[in-house]
Design a protein around this ligand. Structure first.
Ligand SMILES: Cc1cc2nc3c(=O)[nH]c(=O)nc-3n(C[C@H](O)[C@H](O)[C@H](O)COP(=O)(O)OP(=O)(O)OC[C@H]3O[C@@H](n4cnc5c(N)ncnc54)[C@H](O)[C@@H]3O)c2cc1C
Length: 467
């Protein structure tokens, strides 16, 4: 089946590039069968779950830790994302300012410390995930976006970031696109990774500490029973002292969480490797991760092998919070992404895409992760990263462990950790609200950034999204 009708998509495989590499672990961890005990059960084998298991063992080596994964470790968002590992814990500075202005200095500091700690962990375990601390380049393709970047620059500087505001020649000297009218380059606060290699490295780190990982073991229920929490799977159960949930966009095990996130499909293309001449025509010597600055935005980057990953723009919610493999196939979106790619880089006409895929992000109404506990404090959860969880998931793990073991007061006292986002309404209102918001954001992009009545109402209610 073809990814789309665009000629550059003719041979694109409908599978995530990162998971299609020989570096992906081929050995499988056995499913859970029968009943057993553990000190800590982690549900979910993405970054959140893996970091939770790894940090738990590093801090409390005596703990017996089990990790349950419904499918293969890293098969979901963690193995198929863009690989932008950002220092931000708040889905960017603008969202942080809107929602957590009073503690943003602390959050920015914790975010940079978190990013540094990821780099230290990679070195400690010898994890080669093509880590490149390239920083981040936000580009403007319209003058209203340039104005917003200019406004953000001094605020970012005040918060300790090293930023450079770039005029049209300067931004095109970084990366040669005729569509750019300005740029904001932030040094150091972002690294690029191969997401699947990072998953494998964290998995191997967990195994080296004796974490028992069970793949193909979907948790079907969690119940508080006397002084334990029992996690049931299709073929077994674990009675645990503590439970950590890192299940991201998937149907939550706790009923109360069903109102807090919606699964949104995000789409990505990967090109074939660029020749030296093709790369030379683009420049990109500093290899920054790039995003453009519309409400509907693209994100793109070079890989270690000099392919270009190109994703974003369409973010699709399906009625009833549906999650189904066939929803990953969306020719109209892949075609749109391909067209936008060649508008941005007309000099690359003729380049082909080797892969096209989709993944699910866990959107919440505050657009950054939230945390909490249940079962009298014996169970903790972290979710809601809304598409920026590669770096923040390590912080999510730290927050869950702090809540479960009460040994991390710096994190436990944060408003970011204590406060919950507003819930989404039930269907059919939920679908209508998401569609209206998408439509309004697209209109704002075509209308000099001007927000309509609906977006302004959301902004006033503290629900406004601004990329
Ligand atoms: C296409 C795409 C691009 C993205 N790009 C970026 C990016 O460049 N930078 C960035 O910061 N973020 C990005 N993200 C978001 C980022 O990938 C996620 O925020 C992050 O991977 C979340 O990790 P996680 O472990 O919480 O979730 P996941 O990786 O989704 O893992 C959750 C795991 O829980 C398992 N699970 C769920 N329910 C159960 C159950 N009942 N029992 C057992 N297991 C269960 C699932 O099978 C899954 O493996 C992107 C996401 C997508 C989809």
């Amino acid at each position: 089946m073809r990814a789309g009708g665009h000629p550059a998509l003719a041979e694109a495989a409908l599978t995530p590039f990162w998971l299609d590499q020989p570096t992906v672990a081929s050995d499988r961890q056995p499913p859970l069968t029968g009943s057993t005990h553990a000190d800590l059960v982690v549900v979910g084998g993405g970054y959140t779950g893996l970091w939770t298991a790894l940090l738990a063992k590093e801090r409390h080596p005596h703990l017996d830790v089990i990790l349950l994964e419904a499918d293969r470790v890293g098969h979901a968002a963690s193995g198929r994302n863009g690989g932008f590992c950002s220092a931000s814990l708040t889905h960017g500075l603008a969202n942080g300012l809107d929602r957590f202005a009073d503690e943003l200095d602390v959050l920015e500091h914790l975010g940079r410390t978190n990013l540094d700690a990821i780099a230290v962990t990679l070195a400690r375990y010898g994890i080669d995930c093509d880590w490149e601390r390239t920083g981040d380049l936000a580009v403007a393709t319209e003058s209203w976006q340039a104005d917003e970047l200019a406004k953000l620059a001094p605020t970012a500087r005040e918060r300790g970031a090293t930023v450079h505001l770039l005029d049209p020649p300067a931004v095109r000297a970084e990366i040669n696109s005729p569509t750019y009218v300005a740029g904001l380059w932030t040094e150091g606060d972002q690294a690029l990774v191969d997401p699947a290699k990072l998953v494998t490295g964290l998995r191997d780190g967990c195994l080296s500490h004796g974490v028992r990982i069970h793949e193909w073991s979907p948790a079907t229920a969690v119940t508080a029973e006397r002084s334990r929490v029992v996690v049931r799977t299709s073929h077994g159960s674990v009675a645990a002292e503590r439970v950590a949930l890192g299940t991201n966009a998937f149907r939550p095990l706790l009923r109360r969480l069903r109102w807090q996130t919606v699964p949104v499909y995000d789409y990505v293309l990967m090109t074939e490797p660029l020749s030296a001449a093709q790369l030379g025509s683009v420049g990109w010597r500093r290899r920054q991760g790039v995003s453009d600055s519309g409400n509907q935005f693209h994100y793109y980057r070079l890989t270690a092998g000099n392919r270009i990953l190109w994703g974003g723009y369409d973010a699709i919610y399906h009625f009833g919070s549906a999650i189904r493999p066939e929803l990953e196939r969306r020719p109209a979106t892949y075609d749109r992404l391909a067209r936008h790619f060649f508008t941005t880089f007309p000099q690359l006409e003729g380049l082909r895409f080797s892969h096209a895929w989709a993944g699910i992000i866990d959107t919440c109404t505050r657009f950054c992760a939230f945390f909490g506990t249940a079962c009298s404090g014996r169970l903790a959860y972290a979710l809601g990263y809304t598409g920026l969880g590669v770096g923040a998931s390590r912080f999510g793990a730290r927050a869950m462990l702090g809540l479960l073991y009460g040994d991390d007061p710096e994190v436990g006292s944060l408003r970011l950790v204590r406060k919950k986002p507003l819930p989404f309404p039930p269907e059919p209102l939920r679908y209508a609200a998401v569609q209206l918001t998408r439509w309004s954001l697209a209109r704002a992009d075509g209308n000099g950034g001007r927000r309509n009545l609906w977006l302004r109402a959301l902004d006033r209610a503290g629900l406004g999204f601004d990329s």
